[in-house]
Unconditional design. Structure first.
Length: 100
């Protein structure tokens, strides 16, 4: 799951995460977890059965087969909620030209 307001995740992060076999894979950059969170298809019934007030974090905490993957990607924590956030992401792209 990748929220639409987090456009700066590097393709290399996706490639690294796809190598894992866990039910749920979460990236971590410099000790802080972020997005995307990968869920195996086997998680879909449990997610769709959640109460309307449930959140995915609760679902994740109920699972035993979760892998945290350390990545060199500050983009996993960059989201765009304000015009200033957008400026930060645009500057990031201009500086690092995310290509990997």
């Amino acid at each position: 799951m990748l929220p639409g307001d987090q456009p700066a995740v590097s393709p290399s992060t996706f490639r690294r995460m796809m190598k894992e076999r866990a039910e749920i894979v979460i990236p971590r950059y410099k000790g802080k977890k972020g997005h995307p969170v990968l869920f195996k298809a086997s998680c879909i019934p449990g997610i769709t059965a959640m109460d309307d007030t449930g959140i995915l974090r609760d679902f994740i905490h109920q699972k035993n087969n979760v892998t945290i993957v350390d990545v060199d990607d500050p983009g996993i924590g960059m989201d765009v909620d304000t015009p200033q956030d957008l400026k930060v992401v645009v500057d990031y792209y201009r500086k690092y030209r995310v290509k990997n």
